[in-house]
Design a protein around this ligand. Structure first.
Ligand code: SF4
Ligand code: SF4
Length: 111
């Protein structure tokens, strides 16, 4: 579920507002979007994927809100963390291309 918009990182592009399939965000009065309908979030991660500033955090738990602290998320590299793992953003590669993932796939292959 969408949990956080970082006001310090947001560049006010409103891409998250545009890509959200369930209209969770409202355009903010001062440019930074607000999470207006959190319970409508489908945990699809689209907003986090498209955010060019890694300013969003979507928690994997889809059932309800999770208490989060921006300072802790930032420290743990979790702001925009899904986008980073998928390899979106300049100079990034998807985690799936890491040699470890190939080895893991070989080890867990059936047959
Ligand atoms: S995770 Fe998906 S449904 Fe939830 S706010 Fe982001 S784009 Fe909207
Ligand atoms: S996509 Fe990211 S940078 Fe753009 S408005 Fe949304 S939170 Fe801010």
């Amino acid at each position: 579920m969408i949990e956080l918009v970082s006001e310090s990182k947001c560049v006010e592009c409103n891409l998250c507002v545009s890509v959200c399939p369930t209209n969770v965000f409202d355009r903010g009065e001062h440019g930074i979007p607000v999470i207006a309908r959190q319970s409508d979030c489908q945990t699809c991660f689209m907003c986090e994927l498209y955010c060019p500033a890694d300013a969003l955090y979507v928690a994997a738990d889809a059932e309800g809100p999770t208490a989060v602290s921006e300072a802790l998320l930032d420290e743990q590299g979790l702001l925009g963390g899904y986008r980073e793992k998928v390899g979106w953003g300049k100079g990034r590669k998807p985690v799936a291309e890491h040699p470890y993932m190939y080895e893991l796939a070989k080890r867990t292959a059936i047959g």
